[in-house]
Design a protein around this ligand. Structure first.
Ligand SMILES: [Zn+2]
Length: 64
């Protein structure tokens, strides 16, 4: 995976298609314990985001 040095963000890619950039993350921030939840998972997500490429709804939940 190539990194762009001019942009201060990394991307978390869609776990379904691997192409959609679903979240921008700041590489300098502390590790945030978040978990991605796939649409078929029975786990409850706290937030939902939609992949712009495959339109999958990805859940996000705090990891604890
Ligand atoms: Zn996707």
């Amino acid at each position: 995976m190539s990194r762009q040095r001019t942009v201060a963000q990394n991307y978390v890619f869609c776990p379904i298609c691997g192409k959609g950039k679903i979240i921008m993350e700041n590489p300098d921030s502390d590790d945030v314990p978040l978990r991605l939840i796939l649409p078929k998972s029975k786990k409850k997500a706290h937030w939902y985001i939609k992949c712009t490429v495959c339109k999958s709804q990805i859940g996000i939940a705090p990891k604890n």
